[in-house]
Design a protein around this ligand. Structure first.
Ligand SMILES: Nc1ncnc2c1ncn2[C@@H]1O[C@H](COP(=O)(O)OP(=O)(O)OP(=O)(O)O)[C@@H](O)[C@H]1O
Length: 616
């Protein structure tokens, strides 16, 4: 690769006189020269360029393949490569933790990592792998349609937490995946901040080329309440086609796709309903009730009843409690939020590993590598499968107290669940299986959103703790999403809360690599006559000490269970020496095995001759 002139320092560890000012100065200087990536050791700091840079094509990918991070300029591809290398060489699970505030570039970074991994596969089974990769990438556009929205911070902001597993085979090729979603910001369905938009899906449904607009009783020109004032349909019609081809690629049937858009229409129409009270205290429903009923596939009587009263189980009896106007309003909003939230989770679930499997099954039916490999991406015990994880979380988030309790209330009463379960829209009915339960058995309040979130987070954290982590810290250069603009205060704030300067300090005092003695020995034992093929002493620690003494490596510290190596160059030198020896070890093993086979064959021939002579 042609060496490019260094701009500032490409690793903050090399900064003279480390201060926050110097840190920001270096970050800014590099940003001005389109060097958006800088390391802190193996941590990647990424500044959102807000413009397309020509640094992501196939040639760039090739430059990072199999190279150590310090050998090539900082890049998100280098992190992806290091991640995949640990996976391939050491068979260990890895994860990439991407952090930063809204609009800092987390989603884009995760997409670049996926793109790199998908491209960096062996040539064998290429066709199969291309399909898995296609499924992984297509799933992103569906997630963005239903889970992303324009906010004041980011035009394409993910309004949910995302955690994506990619499963690899023993050669490090992706063979499947699983996506988990966390806590969609469902309050967005019913209330928008000024200048913000609702989820992209709503606008796509109302885009000009959408055949469903009319079918569901919507008008493409009307401004619906939940859409806010910003429509942008011209843009959305293109995205609508992208979403539909992604649905198609992932094997969603046309009936299911229609069911999905029908639920979105139902949610929009729920937003249009209004309530008044008649003189006799009866509830009067205004707005497109018929269209709403038909889009949701429920009976008009049942929907009217759901707004008018609530059915409770009390003392073994069913009691009907009449709603006030505000209760009816609350029910309408709760129904819209819950229907959309469940739709989103259902789509994610459908994509990961049934649609994924179904799409692969359908397309790979009869493919010789598919059946012979007997791969099951959901089987966590699969021996050769190694995970690669990407997570995605918000930096500092400012909460408005208004509606906070509402956001935390995840309850949808049993009678509303029954209503949705009774829908003639089969997908909607499937999304609400608990609606089939007897109302008297389920009067308990459902767990709050906070409880559900806490449970899913602790499961996530324990999963992550078993992986080797890589970090990408994303920084947003300005609040206006503009290229070139640099808001010093905003950057300073992020540098502080991401703890980047402290990160450099720790890294400077620290070590490039830490490895367990047994793993280190297994990997490098062939480099010394004292440890190859086996060490005569008792402990792995002693073996590693002898090995390093023999190699005259001394920039290390010996911990209780791990060896600490100070410089990345040492790790690289060990790797290079190992790579040089491996071919001769392979030849040696081949020689021994061929000898064994020949001896075996010779003995068989001798025995046959003996039998032949005896018989004669
Ligand atoms: N490396 C990049 N090159 C070009 N543009 C980028 C890059 N990273 C981010 N962007 C631009 O910035 C926008 C916001 O980035 P992204 O959606 O990844 O932010 P995020 O951190 O995931 O935000 P949120 O938390 O709100 O979902 C992108 O839509 C894209 O336009």
């Amino acid at each position: 690769m042609a060496t490019q002139p260094e701009v500032g320092v490409s690793d903050f560890v090399l900064l003279d006189n480390l201060t926050t000012d110097k840190f920001i100065e270096n970050l800014h200087l590099r940003f001005q020269h389109n060097k958006i990536y800088t390391y802190i050791g193996e941590v990647l700091v990424s500044v959102n360029p807000y413009k397309n840079l020509d640094i992501y094509n196939a040639q760039h990918m090739a430059q990072y393949r199999g190279r150590e991070m310090f050998e090539v300029p900082p890049h998100v591809y280098a992190v992806a490569d290091a991640c995949q290398r640990v996976l391939r060489q050491q068979g260990r699970d890895t994860c990439v933790l991407i952090s930063g505030e809204s609009g800092a570039g987390k989603t884009e970074a995760s997409k670049f990592i996926m793109k790199y991994i998908a491209a960096n596969t062996t040539q064998v089974h290429r066709e199969y792998i291309d399909r898995v990769k296609n499924v992984l990438i297509q799933s992103n556009s569906i997630l963005e349609t239903f889970g992303n929205a324009k906010t004041n911070r980011n035009d394409n902001s993910s309004r949910f937490g995302k955690y994506m597993d990619i499963h690899f085979d023993y050669k490090g090729d992706p063979v499947g995946g699983h996506i988990s979603n966390y806590l969609l910001e469902k309050s967005r369905v019913v209330s928008l901040q000024p200048g913000e938009r609702n989820f992209h899906s709503f606008y796509q449904l109302l885009s000009t080329n959408n055949p469903y607009t009319k079918k569901f009783g919507l008008s493409s020109t009307e401004v619906y309440k939940i859409l806010g004032s910003e429509r942008g349909t011209a843009h959305d019609s293109k995205l609508y086609s992208v979403t539909n081809s992604a649905f198609n690629a992932l094997g969603f049937t046309s009936t299911v796709v229609e069911n999905i858009w029908s639920i979105v229409a139902g949610v929009i129409l729920l937003g249009e309903l209004s309530f008044t009270e008649t003189g006799e205290g009866e509830l009067n429903i205004g707005g497109p009730l018929r269209a709403c009923v038909s889009a949701l596939g429920v009976s008009e009587t049942a929907l009217r009843e759901a707004f008018a009263c609530r059915v409770l189980a009390a003392g073994g009896e069913l009691v009907s409690k009449r709603h006030s106007l505000s209760d009816a309003h609350y029910t309408r909003l709760a129904l819209a939020k819950a229907a959309y939230d469940r739709l989103f989770s259902w789509i994610v679930q459908e994509i990961s590993d049934s649609q994924l499997l179904e799409a692969m099954d359908k397309r790979l039916n009869g493919h010789k590598h598919y059946t012979s490999r007997q791969l099951s991406p959901t089987d966590k015990k699969l021996k050769h499968s190694v995970d690669f994880r990407i997570t995605h979380y918000a930096g500092e988030v400012t909460y408005a107290i208004t509606g906070f309790m509402d956001k935390n209330k995840d309850s949808l009463w049993q009678d509303l669940k029954r209503l949705l379960h009774s829908s003639s829209n089969t997908s909607l009915a499937h999304m609400w299986p608990e609606g089939a339960t007897n109302i008297q058995k389920t009067s308990k309040r459902p767990p709050s959103a906070a409880t559900l979130f806490r449970n899913s987070m602790s499961a996530l954290v324990s999963g992550l703790q078993s992986k080797e982590p890589f970090y990408v810290r994303c920084v947003k250069p300005n609040p206006v999403q503009a290229p070139h603009a640099w808001d010093e205060q905003l950057v300073r704030h992020q540098v502080a809360y991401l703890g980047l300067v402290e990160n450099v300090r720790v890294r400077r005092a620290g070590f490039a690599s830490r490895q367990r003695y047994d793993r280190f020995l297994k990997r490098y034992k062939m480099l010394s006559q004292y440890t190859w093929p086996n060490f005569r002493g008792t402990s792995d620690r002693d073996a590693v000490m002898v090995l390093l003494r023999d190699l005259q490596i001394n920039d290390v510290q010996f911990g209780h269970t791990k060896l600490f190596i100070r410089s990345a160059q040492t790790v690289h030198a060990l790797e290079a020496a190992r790579a040089e020896l491996i071919p001769s070890i392979v030849v040696l093993l081949q020689k021994l095995w061929r000898g064994t086979l020949a001896r075996l064959r010779y003995r068989k021939m001798k025995a046959a001759l003996f039998i032949f002579n005896a018989w004669k």
